[in-house]
Design a protein around this ligand. Sequence first.
Ligand code: SF4
Ligand code: SF4
Length: 119
Amino acid sequence: MARIVILSCKKIKDVTCVSCMKCFKAIKERAGEFGRYSNEEIDIVAMGDCGDCPGLVMPKVGLIVDLSKAYDRPIDYIHLGSCIKKAVGTAKCPIDLTAISKTIEEKTGIPVIIGTHPW
Ligand code: SF4
Ligand code: SF4
């Protein structure tokens, strides 16, 4: 069982990437970065966002981790959504994906995966 959290770009989620259908499809088909769980069940513990520009990711992750402890919902992996990758690649998003992944891992002990669906 892989217990995961997905973080999205607040500007893209449900605006141009509507209702997170792409990630839900990719989870069902084990596509993209969810292919790593091909032999496991996936438990979506939470779907949050980046905290909005300029990328308030760490405060948001801190709250998610606090809630996961309060509600006894452990997290195995945190995925930074393909929407965040797209925002970084095409829309001058200020998030440094490598740096924020390292910071999240150091502060929470939870492995971070950059990306989600492949579309
Ligand atoms: S990439 Fe995934 S998490 Fe991000 S907005 Fe699209 S479906 Fe939602
Ligand atoms: S900081 Fe980046 S990921 Fe977050 S809302 Fe702004 S553009 Fe999107």
